[in-house]
Design a protein around this ligand. Structure first.
Ligand SMILES: [Cu+2]
Length: 183
């Protein structure tokens, strides 16, 4: 049997069950109410409802927790334990990097600040796709933690209009393939 027919059959069975439930309620509707019976059923239903609530709550929390994405922003006030730290200072209109050779496969911490106005620090991979970004702000140090998987030449572009030569604020760095066993 093809999947569509199976689903059709399951749907029909479900509708049949609902219809049977309705028929039962209709057939019972004319009977005089039995107070004790009613209380018992009500209590049982109450218990069932509570359990159902707890089960749904646990299920909901479980699904929410399991499908949570990794929080994309690095901790800003704690040590990030990165293999390499790159200090970035933005200037009108250039990027100053403490390192231009970065290892692939290990977490790299970027500490980004600005010497003058606000800039947008954005890293683009060799295919010109944006990888990570943060603000470069005078008086603040914003941290990014990133592990580069693909070796190659990466570009840094400014994403915040910062004056006349904003468009020319482009720098490059190399991501080098990590040696076996780590170095
Ligand atoms: Cu800019």
């Amino acid at each position: 049997m093809i999947l569509q027919n199976q689903i059709w059959l399951i749907t029909l069975s479900g509708m049949g069950l609902v219809a049977l439930g309705f028929l039962y309620v209709i057939s019972q509707a004319r009977k005089p109410a039995d107070a004790t019976q009613y209380k018992k059923a009500h209590r049982a239903f109450d218990v069932l409802r509570r359990w159902l609530f707890v089960a749904l709550l646990v299920l909901g929390l479980g699904i929410t927790y399991k499908t949570l994405w990794h929080f994309p922003i690095a901790q800003q006030h704690a040590s990030l334990q990165a293999a390499q730290v790159v200090k970035v200072v933005a200037h009108q209109w250039r990027w100053e990097l403490s390192e231009t050779q970065i290892k692939a496969g290990v977490p790299i911490e970027f500490r980004v600040t600005s010497a003058d106005v606000n800039h947008g620090f954005a890293i683009y991979d060799p295919d010109n796709h944006i990888v990570v970004q943060t603000q470069a702000m005078p008086g603040f140090e914003n941290k990014i933690l990133h592990t580069f998987k693909q070796p190659g030449t990466y570009q840094i572009l400014c994403l915040e209009y910062c004056g006349l030569a904003h468009h020319g604020m482009i720098s490059k760095f190399e991501v080098l393939a990590s040696k076996e066993g780590g170095a």
